[in-house]
Design a protein around this ligand. Structure first.
Ligand SMILES: *[C@@H]1O[C@H](CO)[C@@H](O)[C@H](O)[C@H]1NC(C)=O
Ligand SMILES: *[C@@H]1O[C@H](CO)[C@@H](O)[C@H](O)[C@H]1NC(C)=O
Ligand SMILES: *[C@@H]1O[C@H](CO)[C@@H](O)[C@H](O)[C@H]1NC(C)=O
Ligand SMILES: *[C@@H]1O[C@H](CO)[C@@H](O)[C@H](O)[C@H]1NC(C)=O
Length: 389
């Protein structure tokens, strides 16, 4: 019976506190807390102690990776937390209020800057996001932001490349003794990442350190995000046609000299390769600092194709000159025949067979030389651009 009574009392009391959370309580609490509050004062009773700001970052979308202009656009949301020693209260004095929301302009915030941002560097300047204050002074702030950050990309291995972009945050207005950053749970950075057609999130790392900048020691948090290009699109749309075209290029030497198609065929292949080189180049940054293997490869193929045209034209030139000469010889033989009636056509036949064999030999030789060149270029390309694991 006593037990029952106690339980009832407890439940009643609990119900009382739960129900007595009124707007008046909240108003009184806010009035008391903010009567003396200044958003300009770092919320630390002992101003010699630093304020620890915890940063947690989620990347939800990769909006754009721009290799040509070398920047990346990400959609992110943050959980920034710290302790405000001036915003503490005892819940039991205010009807059990455990937490409240305040306008972000009313309380002290660490101004965090994002290095290499293409937009405003003060990424958290937006005042729309309200801040949660817990009774023990814990503050938690969840801004959402689209970040556009310059990122030096290495496209050497295009289209099998992995890009690494850094997001570097620092409270530029406070020294290391005043505000220190702390990374919280950066393993879950891609936990809400949505699928992207071209890029796949690989992993990330985070690094917190201090750096002296123009005499000021600053706390810096740097996170590296790694993305891998899904190369299937480029393999099917660029590499397969390029390799096909370069093999077709070799077949020029199989065409008979008299077909009249040899030059036009080799020039068509050369033009098609040029078109591909232009298309691939338009996807790449205009950098000369490092070799991009795929452009070097296409340039090699282009060079081979150009040499094929040159070789074809020279071969045709000699072929036709020799033919003219043999025809003249023939005429002379015919004249002689008409005069002497020897009926001997041996010189012509001998020349024909000799010439034919020679033409074939040169064709085979050229084919072998160019095939060797093609093999070397292709082997070199695939050896350097091996698919990263
Ligand atoms: C405001 O701060 C001043 C100086 O610290 C103090 O004297 C005063 O009592 C405070 N007022 C309230 C309402 O806390
Ligand atoms: C303030 O913090 C500093 C460094 O932690 C400490 O040396 C100093 O004694 C503290 N002052 C007070 C008044 O507590
Ligand atoms: C934000 O981070 C703080 C501290 O790590 C944590 O207590 C809080 O639950 C987090 N808030 C959300 C919505 O994840
Ligand atoms: C994550 O990236 C680092 C390089 O920053 C790499 O060394 C490491 O192997 C990667 N880890 C995984 C699991 O992929």
């Amino acid at each position: 019976m006593v037990h029952c009574g106690l339980t009832f009392l407890l439940l009643f009391c609990w119900g009382q506190t739960a129900h007595s959370k009124t707007s008046d309580n909240l108003r009184t609490l806010q009035k008391i807390l903010f009567s003396n509050y200044s958003a300009a004062i770092r919320p630390q009773y002992n101003q010699s102690e630093p304020t620890i700001v915890g940063l947690k970052l989620f990347v939800s979308d990769l909006i754009e990776v721009n290799e040509v202009q070398q920047f990346i656009t990400l959609s992110c949301f943050f959980n920034i937390s710290w302790t405000d020693e001036f915003l503490q209260w005892k819940p039991e004095h205010y009807g059990g209020i455990q937490k409240m929301q305040v306008e972000s302009t009313n309380i002290w915030k660490p101004y965090l800057d994002l290095y290499s941002s293409l937009d405003d560097t003060d990424v958290f300047g937006d005042e729309r996001y309200r801040i949660f204050v817990f009774h023990d002074g814990r503050i938690s702030w969840h801004p959402t932001k689209t970040l556009r950050v310059a990122c030096l990309m290495n496209v050497e291995r295009f289209p099998f490349d992995v890009q690494e972009c850094n997001l570097t945050f620092s409270p530029l207005q406070y020294t290391f003794e005043e505000v220190q950053l702390e990374a919280r749970d950066f393993l879950s950075i891609f936990s809400v990442f949505k699928r992207h057609g071209e890029w796949e999130a690989v992993n990330s790392s985070v690094n917190v350190f201090s750096h002296t900048f123009d005499g000021n020691k600053l706390s810096i948090l740097r996170t590296s995000l790694r993305y891998k290009r899904q190369h299937m699109f480029f393999v099917l749309n660029f590499m397969v046609p390029i390799i096909m075209l370069s093999i077709l290029n070799l077949l020029t030497f199989w065409l008979p000299n008299d077909s009249g198609e040899k030059t036009s065929f080799s020039i068509t292949v050369l033009l098609a390769l040029t078109v591909f080189l232009t298309t691939v180049s338009s996807n790449l940054p205009r950098t000369s600092s490092n070799t991009i293997y795929i452009t070097t490869y296409i340039t090699c193929l282009l060079l081979l194709s150009g040499l094929t045209v040159l070789a074809t034209i020279s071969m045709l030139h000699f072929h036709h000159r020799n033919k003219d000469m043999s025809e003249r010889n023939e005429d002379r033989v015919v004249d002689l025949n008409a005069k002497r009636i020897t009926g001997c056509q041996r010189p012509k036949a001998a020349w024909r067979s000799k010439c034919g064999n020679n033409g074939l030999k040169i064709d085979v030789l050229m084919f072998l030389i160019f095939f060797l060149g093609w093999c070397t270029a292709t082997f070199w390309f695939f050896a350097y651009v091996r698919v990263p694991t």
